[in-house]
Design a protein around this ligand. Structure first.
Ligand SMILES: [Zn+2]
Length: 275
């Protein structure tokens, strides 16, 4: 017997899966190319990470957001062994605007919140494999200088960019956007982008919704602010029914948690690649 909460989780799961399919079908529609059936290369799976560390077991609340270094390494090596290669959202947008399909076996690796450890993730894990990640940073947490706050400084944001990684917006204050007044919503989107653009060498056109929370009003505000992609999270309830033209603003990811083995990772990759 499922409890109401379990049912809701299941509903959330199916809703997520459906919305993911919608998001990617919209991406594909933009290429004017009919999807090839049973061709797993058609879709670009997007993986959501937060922390890489050994402390997930001791902090069970955080466990869904931490992967062990050995597991992370195994996941990246699995991607390499299976001929996956990383692309960034900027590259995805470039393919979209030139009506081209991303190459087969593309994957996007995302890292949320702008932790100072991102620099080590890029240097120790991604760079040795020639991989690029997308780091979603909220500007309110970015320190003016490296100060041990736990968050990246602007200097470290530039280091990430210079090392070939991509930094995009996760708002100013990491507040749930669907609870904010219109003027505050606009501030979160526009101010974070303008401040970030002063430090990175590319337009900031991708916004990850904090906690994945978004509704019709948030989607509209994201579009109005000039973003081209709105990135959701994993398994969160979605308050609105998907509309095809919103595909780029409900882009789904899947998250990997503490203790998820390579079998779980491979299954989620397959699920997100073949929808
Ligand atoms: Zn976040």
């Amino acid at each position: 017997m499922k409890t109401a909460a379990q049912k809701q989780r299941w509903f959330g799961f199916y809703a997520s899966a459906t919305l993911f399919a919608f998001a990617l079908s919209a991406l594909l529609a933009a290429t004017n190319a009919a999807p090839r059936k049973n061709h797993p290369d058609m879709l670009v799976p997007i993986v959501m990470y937060h922390h890489v560390g050994d402390w997930g077991k001791a902090n069970s609340d955080w466990a869904p957001y931490v992967v062990k270094p050995q597991e992370f390494q195994r996941q990246l090596d699995w991607l390499v062994a299976n001929q996956y290669h990383t692309i960034t959202f900027q590259e995805l947008l470039a393919y979209q605007s030139s009506n081209m399909r991303p190459p087969a076996h593309s994957v996007i690796l995302t890292f949320d919140d702008g932790w100072a450890e991102d620099v080590d993730i890029a240097k120790n894990f991604l760079a040795p494999r020639g991989m690029r990640g997308v780091f979603f940073v909220y500007t309110g947490a970015v320190a003016q200088q490296d100060n041990g706050s736990g968050y990246v400084s602007w200097n470290q944001v530039r280091q990430l960019e210079e090392a070939g990684q991509e930094v995009q917006s996760h708002t100013v204050s990491h507040s749930p956007l669907d609870t904010l007044a219109p003027s505050r919503l606009q501030f979160e989107m526009i101010n974070s982008r303008d401040e970030m653009q002063a430090h990175v060498g590319h337009p900031v056109e991708v916004l990850a919704y904090p906690f994945g929370r978004h509704d019709e009003r948030v989607i509209q505000a994201t579009r109005d602010a000039g973003y081209k992609l709105g990135i959701a999270a994993d398994d969160e309830p979605v308050a609105v029914l998907p509309r095809r033209e919103w595909g780029n603003f409900q882009v789904r990811r899947f998250k990997v948690g503490y203790g998820d083995g390579i079998d779980v990772f491979a299954a989620r990759m397959a699920e997100h690649a073949q929808k």
